[in-house]
Design a protein around this ligand. Structure first.
Ligand code: PLP
Length: 352
């Protein structure tokens, strides 16, 4: 608290990221990082880019990255926006596209950065409860609103929404922006990017942090109608004209182009997820069906906070949210099979 803070700063509730602790031998399954390294071709491209050219400013438009993303999604450059992490892209989205007289609709259980951006930008938020199976029911969004944002698959549940449901949502609100945050879409759900040419109110947001294993690089992007992208560019160029470094641009382009590595690592994570879900189920956990790189699970006889604390004593980190409806769940990121094995072994003794 300081008398120098503005009113907005007094009222903010900042987002709390998962811990980034340094413990030797730590099994870190709390922030949905990718257990496999980035593409070796992306690392080589970044080493190459980290040279004398750094004395100059990078391309303010990130053209090479926009072109790589446009090509991989069958879109035009004007339909692509790039930024320093999808969190930053989302911040620009909230400010430029989601602030209207009527409230923004979003699920009651979703990415907890959304309410934070609402408080930062003064956006009224109306949360829509997930149904009793913790799923989004699009019919619940048939109500007056200024815009809609949801994550697909949802976080932290991992539950995917079908493209048919997303189309229904887009048709319910043809004059409202509908943002689909696809941070985890590469782990099994269908991307709404294929609908962009048919719905000018659709904006898809993705990140390099999860499926591209580049959380440390901070690269995210949005795909949508050129007019939506133009609005984002106006905010971006009023905030930071060079959000992506030359190193980040080079690494991200190479990561997009290394399709083989992407396919191989995401397939490995999907296979590990199915094994982990089966192992947890065998231990008595209820595991929500996930299409993400994490599972969301609760045990009928063991308190989630106590389990998370006991795992932490064994140098295993998972995420627990002290939040109504989900306080008995643990969100567990998919690690390597060895890491998942250590988790399952620890849980076996804890729930025995
Ligand atoms: C991880 C995550 C993000 C943020 O990704 P960054 O690009 O690392 O900022 C955005 N949305 C959801 C739902 C996420 O889980």
């Amino acid at each position: 608290m300081s008398r120098f803070w503005s009113d907005v700063v007094h009222r903010l509730t900042p987002y709390t990221p998962g811990e980034q602790v340094q413990i030797p031998g730590l099994v870190k399954l709390n922030t949905n990082e990718n257990p496999y390294g980035p593409s070796p071709l992306a690392l080589a491209a970044m080493r190459e880019a980290a040279g004398d050219g750094l004395r100059k400013y990078p391309d303010p438009n990130g053209t090479a990255l926009k072109d790589a993303l446009a090509a991989s999604h069958g879109l035009r450059r004007e339909q692509v926006f790039v930024g320093n992490s999808s969190d930053e892209v989302l911040a620009h989205v909230f400010q430029s596209l989601l602030k209207h007289e009527l409230p923004l609709l979003s699920p009651d259980i979703s990415y907890s950065f959304y309410p934070t951006y609402c408080s930062l930008y003064g956006i009224a938020l109306r949360t829509v409860p997930l149904n009793d199976r913790f799923q989004i029911d699009v019919a619940d969004y048939d109500q007056p609103c200024g815009a809609v944002i949801l994550a697909n698959p949802n976080a932290p549940t991992g539950h995917p929404l079908s493209l048919a449901s997303i189309e229904r949502l887009l048709s319910l609100h043809p004059d409202r922006v509908v943002v689909i945050d696809e941070a985890y879409v590469d782990f099994g759900a269908s991307s709404a990017a294929t609908l962009i040419d048919r719905y000018d109110n659709l904006l898809v947001v993705q990140t390099f942090s999860k499926s591209r294993s580049l959380a440390g690089l901070r690269v995210g992007f949005a795909l949508g109608h050129a007019d939506l992208v133009a609005g984002l560019e106006r905010v971006k160029n009023s905030f930071n004209c060079y959000p992506l470094s030359q190193v980040a641009l080079a690494g991200a382009v190479a990561a997009v182009e290394d399709v083989a590595y992407f396919e191989q690592t995401r397939a490995a994570i999907i296979a590990s997820r199915e094994r982990l879900a089966a192992d947890l189920t065998a231990l008595g956990f209820e595991v929500l069906p996930s299409q993400a790189n994490f599972v969301f699970a609760r045990h009928p006889e063991h308190d989630a906070a106590a389990l998370a604390a006991a795992l932490r004593e064994r140098a295993i980190l998972v995420r627990h949210f002290r939040q109504p409806r989900i306080e008995q769940f643990l969100r567990i990121s998919i690690g390597t099979d060895a890491e998942c094995g250590k988790l399952v072994a620890a849980l076996r003794t804890l729930v025995a």
